[in-house]
Design a protein around this ligand. Structure first.
Ligand SMILES: [Zn+2]
Length: 147
């Protein structure tokens, strides 16, 4: 049944409670200790904004190469990159996260956004190896062409 709950933030919100009476009562009691949906969303957004601001400050000394991809990918990936680099540079030596700085493929950052710091650094190291291997292959091909 639907019940109007006054939340901890003072806002009233309708909730559809299910289950036995005792379960509904318990749920209603718990809901009263939480903030309403709107306040929850607003709080989350404020936290994200604050976190993004502190991440930007943490990487402001780095020269971040421009990302490549679609506008949407670039905007999403740059948020991810800033956040990850802020965490990486905070707790690792330069050599460990430097490869991450070299990855400019927006999709790479998006696809790997859930990796742990260690895995992300390993993936970046691998990506840069692939990149230099491709460069070597290209120069060898060039050599053959000129020969
Ligand atoms: Zn509220």
């Amino acid at each position: 049944m639907e019940q109007r709950i006054i939340h901890a933030c003072g806002h009233e919100q309708a909730h559809h409670l299910t289950g036995f009476d005792s379960q509904q009562e318990r749920k209603a009691k718990w809901l009263k200790t939480t903030t309403c949906r709107d306040c929850f969303v607003a709080e989350k957004r404020a936290e994200e904004v604050a976190a993004a601001a502190s991440s930007s400050a943490a990487v402001s000394h780095l020269v971040l190469p421009p990302l490549t991809g679609t506008d949407r990918q670039i905007s999403w990936a740059s948020t991810i990159r800033t956040k990850r680099l802020a965490a990486l540079t905070n707790s690792n030596s330069d050599a460990d996260w430097y490869a991450c700085l070299q990855v400019t493929d927006a999709k790479w950052w998006i696809d790997r956004r859930d990796l742990t710091d260690i895995d992300l650094m390993a993936a970046a190291a691998q990506a840069s190896e692939v990149q230099s291997a491709t460069a070597v292959t290209a120069s060898i091909t060039d050599m053959h062409r000129t020969a």
